[in-house]
Design a protein around this ligand. Structure first.
Ligand code: GDG
Length: 459
């Protein structure tokens, strides 16, 4: 079997205990590599502290060889914060209004991709299978091809791919599409994203979908395209949540919400997650459902993210103020309606809290997949499952048909779904949950990985 070489922007090396890192992408890739053995290359997350990125640092853990590189401060500023997070991220989440184009940042993005390719090249063998992840590294295959590599190279995009009219607002959109054309397989989270990509090629008059939609032909190349919904380790996470009931912090949380229904939201602090609209919807729910006063607690767990990017820093202030304002307006001496935690909680605690919550409130304005929705379902008690209230604009909505689907822009509609979820009869809850759980047990993280690699390897 060929060796697998995974490349992602960040690499998570297991800690000294060998424990798997938290988070969907890291867990997935770790599992795929452990089974097959191979290399995982990417940024260490550190700055080299000078204008030289420094050599690759190799670390072996079990069957995986980690190849880590530092980046210079300029690289981090231009490639990571500048282009990846202030251009590609907003554009792919349909937020043209937030994209900040700068020639320097665009050049930095392509330069760092060349640097990644140069670092990777000496490690590569002729029959290695290379799997590149996410929007940070779209031009990587083009760089490797230019250096003469003919290996199978696959790409998976973890975030949405926008429709043509949104994509074309980005000055370098053609270069980005050309970058994707250098892969042998380009994987998206959903068929919507796949269609958007094909639609963009046709609209620009530079390519088409062929072979019954399974391939694209553009920039003089033919390559496969497919939808592969990322998932979780469903069975493991489900057992993990049962065990988490005994966790001391979870027990404390249970005591503190005794007699109240818990609603949970878990998101990195990001404008794509619809947190402010969600708080509005909760406020609306409370305003229109006086019978729930003092009987419900909404817990929003929001670890800080990308605080160096101004839009994120601003949002951090906004959400904190909003939660405080709503509590001030509707809380009472013995009831704090919203509990807002602006930092990360340990994974076992998260699993236990999901299981405690009557409602999982997952309402992004746009999301590639959303693993929180899947984790919430996997964590439920089959005898008394909670209700998932899910945005129709999350990739997960294409699969989790047992959820109450909402339009997160429709505040009253979301408020109504919260009320409906809290009063849903047990039979209906069980039926909806079972449908979602059955799906997740089949379509788990291993299935995602196997399906992608099979399509990449097959001719
Ligand atoms: C991108 C795409 C796509 C969150 N808070 C805590 C915590 N988390 C964990 C969750 C979950 C992960 O982080 C978040 O994953 P999501 O999928 O929800 O969102 P993104 O971070 O935006 O991920 C997304 C994903 O890539 C994979 O392809 O689904 O669409 O945007 O696993 O549990 N974990 C811990 N404490 C926290 O406070 N331990």
């Amino acid at each position: 079997m060929s060796r697998l070489v995974v490349v992602s922007n960040r690499v998570t090396v297991p800690d000294k205990t060998g424990a798997a890192p938290a988070g969907g992408l890291a867990v997935a890739l770790q599992a795929a590599l452990e089974e097959r053995g191979g290399i995982w290359m990417g940024w260490s997350g550190n700055s080299s502290g000078n204008e030289e990125p420094g050599p690759l640092e190799m670390q072996e853990h079990g069957a995986i060889t980690y190849a880590l590189t530092d980046l210079t401060d300029t690289d981090v500023e231009e490639y990571y914060h500048g282009f990846a997070n202030r251009v590609l991220w907003p554009i792919c989440h349909y937020r043209m209004d937030l994209a900040e184009y700068g020639r320097k940042e665009m050049a930095g993005y392509f330069r760092v991709n060349r640097f990644f390719a140069q670092k990777l090249a000496p490690l590569l063998k002729e029959d290695d299978i290379i799997w590149v992840h996410d929007y940070h590294l779209i031009p990587l295959a083009a760089e490797l091809r230019q250096m003469g590599f003919k290996n199978k190279i696959g790409f998976f995009l973890h975030i949405p791919w926008p429709p043509a009219d949104v994509l074309f607002t980005m000055p370098v959109h053609e270069q980005i599409m050309r970058g994707l054309s250098q892969y042998d397989l380009v994987g998206f989270q959903t068929d919507f994203d796949l269609d958007n990509f094909g639609g963009g090629l046709v609209r620009e008059g530079i390519g088409e979908r062929i072979d019954g939609g399974k391939k694209f032909s553009t920039f003089g190349r033919t390559f496969k395209g497919g939808a592969y919904s990322i998932s979780i380790e469903t069975e493991i996470f489900s057992k993990f949540a049962i065990k988490a009931e005994k966790n001391a912090m979870v027990r404390k949380a249970r005591q503190s919400v005794e007699g109240k229904d818990l609603i949970i939201g878990v998101d990195r602090l990001d404008y794509s997650k619809g947190i402010t609209q969600r708080i509005d919807a909760f406020e609306q729910f409370v305003a229109t459902n006086p019978d729930h006063h003092n009987k419900v607690t909404y817990l929003q767990i929001t670890p800080k993210s990308r605080s160096e990017v101004p839009e994120y820093e601003q949002m951090q202030r906004m959400v904190a103020e909003q939660a405080g304002r709503v509590n001030g307006a509707i809380g009472t001496v013995d009831w704090v309606p919203i509990r807002y935690i602006n930092r990360s909680v340990p994974r076992p605690v998260l699993a236990g809290l999901y299981r405690l919550a009557k409602i999982g409130l997952v309402t992004p304005l746009r999301d590639g997949m959303n693993l929180v929705a899947k984790e919430y379902v996997a964590a439920q008690d089959p005898e008394d499952p909670g209700v998932l209230v899910l945005s129709r604009f999350a990739g997960a909505a294409r699969e989790l048909r047992g959820a109450l689907l909402v339009n997160p822009y429709d505040i009253e509609g979301t408020a109504h779904a919260i009320a409906r979820g809290l009063s849903m009869p047990l039979d209906e809850r069980k039926q909806r949950w079972q449908m979602m759980m059955d799906h997740l047990l089949t379509y788990d993280i291993n299935r995602w990985c196997d399906d992608f690699l099979k399509d990449l390897i097959e001719d």
